[in-house]
Structure formats: structure tokens, C-alpha cells
Design a binder for this molecule. Structure first.
Ligand code: ATP
Length: 214
């Protein structure tokens, strides 16, 4: 069986330690060699990120320099249609073949809102869901049906994730980081420091380009 490969989607406006550190801890816990970051395309009718797609990629590039665990896949940015995770996973599954174990990483907040995702019922036929803790979010699902769905799919042991190509949910015991991109953008607009919230290389990029200034 090929090694588990993990994918991590997000807006990354900007990427921060609340993205990077839980995922680095997850990689240790699960034995991941590679995590592919998937910056998403925000459709025109939705509130747009402050940073352009090229700036979000540039910030990811700054962040992963010296972090060999990560690489970047820009396929969602190349779309003109919304970048639905399920569609991206279908294209990755077609490329990697049916036997490749794939894990899609999300934070606890995303798990709680999963029932709002396009074709969410199809996700587990394409990948495992690897869930990182996030402070301030409930640990139980919002409805008894969703809680039952979660419990039915929980992996019992980490090895399960290697033994099937998709289908399990893994609630990882990752460290808590109370950081959000929203807070970083607000702090920058107020001229407040963000030193402990994101890598210095990303702060340098933000300083140089004047992002999140006004
Ligand atoms: P925003 O504040 O702009 O909504 P965000 O900080 O939540 O952004 P996203 O790019 O939307 O970041 O998140 C991408 C993924 O990272 C999501 O699955 C989200 O749950 C997860 N994530 C973001 N911040 C954290 C955090 N502090 N701890 C754990 N997971 C996180």
C-alpha cells in the first residue's frame, strides 16, 4: 500500500501558526511525510480574501521555506468555478489511483460545519478526514445524526489510515493554537504586532507589500 498523503485546504489569508503547527504535530502523530497545501479559489459572489491568489501563494511559499513537510498545489486557483473540496479530491484520486491512502486535514470548526459542504457525503469515499483541534469549538457535532455519522466513521487506531485508501475520520490530539487569519488581519489594520502568530518570513512579506494595512 502506498504511504498516506495528506492535503490541507484553506484560504490562507494569511497562513499562520494555527495552520502550520497543529499540522506539523499531526504529521508526527500519524507519520505523514508530505502535506500538500491547497489554497482555495473564492468564487466572485463570496466575500473576497484581502490578499490576491498570487499573494496568498507567495505567503505560503515564504511559510514553507525550510519546512520540507509541506508543498503547494495550485489547482484550485486555476479554476474559474468554485473550488469544491470534493471536486479537487476527485481529480487527485483520479491521478493517484484507487489504492493511494489520502487524508484531508481540517480544523475542528470545519468538521462542525461539514454538513454545509458541497456533496459532503461523498468526501469519505475519496479520503480520510484528519481533524486538528481548535480552541473555542465544540467537540460534539451539532445534531445527533451528525454525531452518529462521526462515530460510525472514527478510526480506532492510527494504522487504519494506512490500511484503507479512504473512509475514516481521525480526531488527532494536536496542540491548541488560538489564532485566526481574521484576528491577524484585524491586528495588522490596527498597526498591532503579530510576532507570535505567523512566521517572520510571512510578516516580512506583509510588511514589504503593504498588505492588510488600511
Ligand atoms: P479566517 O479567520 O479568515 O476565517 P482561518 O484562520 O480560519 O481564516 P482558513 O484558511 O479559513 O483559516 O482555514 C483553513 C483550515 O485551517 C480550516 O480547516 C480551519 O479549520 C483550519 N484552521 C485555521 N486556523 C486553525 C487553528 N488555529 N487551529 C486549528 N485549525 C485551524
Amino acid at each position: 500500500m502506498p504511504e498516506l498523503h495528506a492535503l490541507f485546504g484553506g484560504t490562507f489569508d494569511p497562513v499562520h501558526y494555527g495552520h502550520l503547527r497543529p499540522v506539523e504535530a499531526l504529521a508526527q502523530l500519524v507519520g505523514l511525510k508530505k502535506v500538500t497545501l491547497l489554497p482555495n479559489n473564492v468564487p466572485p459572489h463570496r466575500p473576497q480574501p484581502e490578499a490576491s491568489p498570487a499573494q496568498r501563494v507567495a505567503m505560503l511559499q515564504c511559510a514553507i521555506a525550510g519546512r520540507p513537510l509541506f508543498d503547494i498545489d495550485q489547482r484550485e486557483l486555476a479554476r474559474t468555478t468554485p473550488s469544491w473540496t470534493v471536486t479537487t479530491l476527485e481529480s487527485l484520486r483520479a491521478e493517484r489511483g484507487p489504492r493511494q491512502p489520502l487524508g484531508f486535514i481540517i480544523g475542528q470548526d470545519s468538521l462542525l460545519s461539514l454538513a454545509k459542504w458541497h456533496r459532503w457525503q461523498d468526501l469519505l469515499s475519496l479520503c480520510h478526514l484528519l481533524v486538528c483541534k481548535r480552541p473555542g469549538y465544540a467537540t460534539r457535532m451539532e445534531t445527533p445524526e451528525m454525531q452518529r455519522w462521526l462515530e460510525q466513521h472514527l478510526a480506532q487506531q492510527v494504522q487504519d489510515l494506512q490500511q484503507k485508501p479512504a473512509g475514516y475520520i481521525w480526531l488527532a490530539d494536536t496542540p491548541l493554537y488560538n489564532i485566526s487569519a481574521t484576528e491577524i488581519r484585524q491586528r495588522r489594520h490596527q498597526g498591532l504586532p503579530c510576532d507570535d502568530l505567523l512566521p517572520p518570513s510571512v510578516i516580512d512579506y506583509i510588511d514589504r507589500t503593504g498588505l492588510y494595512r488600511n
